[in-house]
Write a protein that binds this ligand. Structure first.
Ligand code: PLP
Length: 384
């Protein structure tokens, strides 16, 4: 039995998506920029996908730009928006310490090229208190980038409130919505954001395809130079099968959103309650509103990487937020930004459920986990 509880890392391709991609690869092979039948057929396929992605997030099709994934969307939003704002004399960027590296490292990179940057800490809940943003904003602030839902703990930020503050200060607001799309309803207009990033492989679509939603009227310079594709915002011949797959995945996500959200929330709550009850000295990281599929739990006295390997040997795939750098394990930057101690961060495990997750899988985890933790704790106690 193999159990996959790592859907925030990536999701399996939906068979309907795979079928559509294969058909697009074989039959819709024209270059969408070509004027002839083959090209126009590919262009139509892309436009259908654009409409599906726009419908999932509450935007207009003309506001959706396809990219190579969440990372490129974040780069295009922040670099492209920042470069456009620089012309107006604004050279300050604000973000939060819990962001994905695609945002954090982009902001850091701009910081080395003349931009002033502010990285805000969050509360222990994982939420960015709007007052912290209010205090950080200046007349020079070009852009604020705060993610919708966090990939490690699942907490959902008060985006509408944060975006309103940025707007009042004359700054653009970008949200990385890679981890919320397909998990909770998204309405980019209702949220009041200017830019929002998405990635197909987090919602049962293919890897290497993403989208950036750009509110009509927002000025943005392209990051790549080349042809005139995607309304001059993202050059390069489009990945037609990937984009078609993203479109089908977005349509399916919209159809399944409510049912899947309710089912996964119940399953996640049962998993969480079970772990807390059956494994002593465990605690949930993050509080407040969360996406329904995610829980992050610290298991005191256990190194998370060892537990990950022990569970993998039992056929259960989970993840930790630790990053391996120069042979040592760095504690998760997200848990650190939430103020958790290194010890607690390094004993934290993420369970992220998905469309295929079942009650039986949660039961199996709850059977296996207490023993695995007890064995690791006994080992640590002996080596002390
Ligand atoms: N942003 C967040 C919050 C993510 O979780 C991820 C993927 O892990 C990304 C961005 C990057 O997306 P992609 O893998 O499509 O580049």
């Amino acid at each position: 039995m193999r159990i996959y509880f790592d859907h925030n890392a990536t999701t399996p391709l939906d068979p309907e998506v795979a079928d559509a991609m294969l058909a697009a690869g074989l039959e819709t092979f024209g270059n969408p920029s070509s004027v002839h039948h083959f090209g126009q057929r590919a262009k139509t396929a892309i436009d259908e996908a654009r409409s599906a992605v726009a419908a999932l997030v509450g935007g207009e099709p003309s506001e959706v730009v396809f990219t190579s994934g969440g990372t490129e969307s974040d780069n295009l939003a922040i670099r492209g928006g920042a470069m456009a704002a620089a012309a107006a004399g604004r050279r300050h960027l604000v973000t939060a310490g819990i962001e994905h590296e695609a945002v954090l490292n982009t902001v850091t990179a701009l910081g080395k090229h003349g931009w002033t940057t502010t990285v805000l800490g969050v509360a222990a809940s994982g939420i960015l208190p709007p007052d912290r943003l209010r205090e950080a904003l200046t007349p020079e602030t070009a852009m604020v980038s705060v993610m919708h839902a966090n990939n490690e703990v699942g907490t959902i930020q008060p985006i509408a409130e944060l975006a309103a503050l940025a707007r009042a200060a004359g700054a653009l607001f970008h949200t990385d919505a890679v981890q919320s799309a397909g998990k909770i309803p998204i309405d980019v207009r209702g949220l009041g954001v200017d830019l929002a990033s998405f990635s197909a492989h987090k919602l049962y679509g293919p890897k290497g395809v993403g989208a950036l939603w750009i509110r009509r009227g927002v000025r943005l310079l392209p990051v790549l130079s080349g042809g005139r594709q995607e309304r001059n915002r993202r050059p390069g011949t489009e990945n037609v099968p990937g984009i078609v797959g993203f479109g089908v995945a977005a349509r399916l996500a919209a159809q399944r959103l409510d049912d899947m959200g309710a089912r996964l929330a119940a399953l996640r709550d049962r998993l969480e309650a079970g772990v807390l009850a059956l494994v002593p000295r465990t605690a949930v990281n993050g509080a407040g509103p969360r996406v329904p599929n995610t829980t992050n739990i610290s298991v005191a006295g256990v190194e998370a990487e060892s537990l990950l390997i022990a569970l993998d040997l039992e056929g259960i795939a989970v993840s930790t937020g630790s990053a391996c750098s120069s042979g040592t394990l760095e504690p998760s930057h997200v848990l650190k930004a939430m103020g958790l101690s290194n010890d607690r961060s390094q004993s934290s495990i993420r369970f992220s459920l998905g469309a295929g997750s079942t009650d039986g899988e949660v039961d199996h985890l709850l059977e296996v986990l207490p023993g695995a933790v007890a064995r690791l704790r006994a080992l640590t106690d002996r080596t002390r």
